[in-house]
Ligand binder design. Structure first.
Ligand code: ADP
Length: 356
């Protein structure tokens, strides 16, 4: 068993900054957990406490059944990959891969033939067999990233920690490495705790995400659950591009009213009353030819497979995603929509209500 559990974790730095405010979180054995949130929300601090690189102010951490609070980093049996790959520039790839093994106490150190076998196995798994003699400076960003990953994987740790490991790569390589990371995770079965501020990375990699804000956990669940049923307006607006439309106002007798805007609530929200926030994702705003709210078109981003309409309805900014493929989109956008106004409706079963 090598799940991880954080129990009441709190971290106050010496200067008084409260980075993590009482975190309870359980990561299952073999799970891919992504800690996600905006910069400064306490993700790295949480990961560093798990790694043993930072002391806890309060609380306790377990890896498997063992409490590790007082164990030094090297005794926690973790593999780590950070944003800066921290490869030794004067060593070959092979020596970088085996560095950690060579530093082990003699009784734990694999013998040279075994070490060679471990290098070959790791290198072939990551497709870096042909660069074992090279130095880091002679490698591409993607190759360096693989070596850093190899160094973490070579001892087959039960738990791998990654802190923004892909952020130095260009967009194409990042996508490719994302798929590869997930494949390795599935093949090797280790538990992964992964930190990123990038919601797309979180959504695509994770079995479950833990969304953090200001040192506090906001929601912990599978990514699509957080997308469709966000716990609060922060999670609602953090996940998804373009972000969910959130309109503050008042609900009464099945009608929503905000400054200059009034519309019937969808049936499933008709019982909501009082102050709150109405939420609807841009892809669920219905774009109609007539018989709906008239919206002024303030701008359009045409992305090919879809267009983002920046609209204004009675003083409220709304984004609508209009998604059609191929010629249909081209035809419709060439002549289908009026120049200045379009009609939209919020009558969709996905719409959400957040009570104030
Ligand atoms: P994230 O990884 O989500 O960007 P961090 O865990 O790095 O966030 O930081 C959380 C908060 O703790 C931030 O306000 C940050 O400025 C602060 N912080 C991080 N490291 C230190 C430190 N060594 N000393 C004081 N404050 C720190």
């Amino acid at each position: 068993m090598s799940g991880v559990s954080f129990e009441g974790i709190r971290k106050v730095y010496d200067d008084g900054t409260v980075a993590v405010k009482g975190l309870d979180l359980t990561i299952k054995d073999g799970e891919f957990l992504v800690l996600v949130g905006p910069s400064g929300c306490g993700k790295s601090t949480t990961l560093r406490m798990l790694a043993g690189l930072e002391d806890l102010t309060e609380g306790s951490i377990k890896i498997g059944e063992a409490t590790v609070d007082h164990l030094p980093a090297r005794a926690r049996g973790l593999g780590m990959v950070f944003q800066s790959y921290a490869l030794y520039p004067h060593m070959s790839v092979q020596d970088n891969l085996t560095f950690g093994l060579r530093m082990l106490a003699k009784t734990e150190r694999p013998d040279p033939p075994e070490m060679k076998r471990m290098v070959q196995e790791t290198a072939s798994m990551l497709g870096i067999d042909d660069i074992l003699e090279k130095r880091p400076r002679d490698l591409s960003g993607g190759q360096r990233q693989r070596v850093a990953l190899g160094r973490a994987l070579i001892r087959k740790p039960k738990v791998i920690l990654m802190d923004e490991p892909l952020s130095n790569l260009d967009a194409k390589l990042r996508n490719q490495m994302r798929v590869e990371l997930r494949r390795l995770h599935d093949e090797l079965g280790f538990t992964t705790v992964y930190v990123t501020h990038d919601q797309v990375e979180a959504m695509t990699l994770a079995d479950r995400i833990a969304v953090m804000k200001d040192g506090e956990l906001q929601q912990h669940c599978p990514p699509l659950e957080a997308y469709h049923q966000p716990a609060n307006t922060f999670v609602a607006s953090f996940l998804g591009t373009p972000a969910m439309n959130l309109i503050e106002g008042q609900a009464e007798a099945g009608v929503f009213t905000s400054n200059g805007l009034s519309f019937p609530l969808p049936d499933h929200l008709s019982d909501c009353t009082g102050k709150g926030t109405f939420g609807i994702r841009p892809e669920n705003v219905k774009v109609l030819k007539s018989n709906a709210m008239e919206a002024e078109i303030r701008g359009v981003e045409r992305l090919g497979s879809e267009s983002v309409y920046h609209l204004n309805v009675g003083g409220t900014d709304i984004k609508a995603l209009w998604h059609r493929s191929g010629e249909e989109a081209w035809d419709a956008e060439k002549g289908g929509w009026p120049e200045e106004n379009m009609f939209i409706s919020f009558n969709d079963p996905s719409a959400l209500w957040f009570s104030a």
